[in-house]
Design a protein around this ligand. Structure first.
Ligand code: OAD
Length: 253
């Protein structure tokens, strides 16, 4: 057991990390919790506690009341713009430079991994889009503009349809290129880290099982149990912002 950290990491895990060529990491909202961004399903502060998902994060909700949806996403974006990457984000960015191939898959739309320096060697796989980007509602024309001024909702300069945040809504398909890249990462990874996710939302929740079925090992980093826990080879019970820097220290310092 490596005991020179506050966390005791099994030696076999440290050895596997040190010798692995391909490691997949999937992050969820819990990875940004220590940056002050509420997660989705933690009732006391969760993003959904203010609204119901079906009232906000669906194409039908946007068609019904685009102003309300823009209001929620503007609130979320302002929250995100005031947040900074936390030590967990920086540890993952460091791991990308220490591991031959670290494939970072994120369900988060906050862009904090990029801000922390991840994605400089291997592109980040954004399964659910990115809140800092917009696209048009009718045709998906990409558009960088974001600001919503008063009641005037932004429209697409190409087709004049309303612009919307470039994030995946309930009932929508994930970006096909991102999904294919995530599938491939899970299939080829020797170790799959599931960090800060409740492992409830498909198809992301299936990814660690693809690694298992291909003979890889699964590590879960989460203060709480999830449906993935019984299948994890290693369970690091705690906060990502504390565990990840200690893990980097234990494996490479
Ligand atoms: P959830 O809110 O469902 O789960 C957050 C997870 O993070 C929980 O399991 C917490 O126990 C854990 N957690 C909280 N603080 C943590 C910390 N400091 N370190 C590590 N883990 C911590 O968020 P997601 O699993 O990301 O989809 O939700 C998945 C998807 O559901 C989201 O991407 C979103 C939502 O609907 C879309 O928007 C399409």
């Amino acid at each position: 057991m490596s005991t020179d950290n506050r966390f005791v990491f099994p030696d076999v895990l440290i050895e596997r990390i040190r010798t692995a060529v391909k490691i997949a990491v999937m992050t969820g909202a819990g990875t940004s919790a220590e940056s002050g961004i509420p997660t989705f399903r933690e009732a006391q502060t969760g993003l959904w506690s203010r609204y119901r998902p079906e009232d906000l994060a669906t194409p039908q909700a946007f068609a019904r009341n685009p102003g309300l949806v823009w209001q929620w996403y503007t609130w979320r974006r302002e929250l995100i713009c005031s947040a900074n990457p936390n030590p967990g984000h920086f540890a993952l960015a460091r791991m990308e430079k220490l591991i031959p191939k670290l494939m970072l898959i994120t369900q988060n739309v906050d862009g904090l991994h990029q801000q922390a320096g991840s994605g400089q060697i291997t592109p980040i796989i954004e399964l659910h889009g990115n809140i800092h980007r917009t696209k048009c509602f009718e045709h998906g024309h990409p558009e960088g503009q974001w600001e919503v001024r008063g009641q005037e909702l932004p429209t697409c300069p190409i087709c004049d349809s309303l612009l919307r945040p470039d994030v995946v809504w309930f009932g929508e398909s994930l970006p096909s290129d991102a999904l294919a890249a995530a599938w491939n990462a899970a299939r080829t990874a020797e170790i799959f880290f599931s960090i800060g996710t409740s492992a409830l939302v498909e198809p992301a929740a299936s990814l660690p099982h693809i690694t298992r079925q291909a003979g890889g090992r699964v590590v879960e980093i989460n203060p709480n149990e999830t449906p993935l826990t019984p299948y994890a080879d290693f369970i690091l019970r705690g906060f990502a912002g504390e565990i990840l820097p200690e893990l980097v220290k234990a494996a490479w310092n």
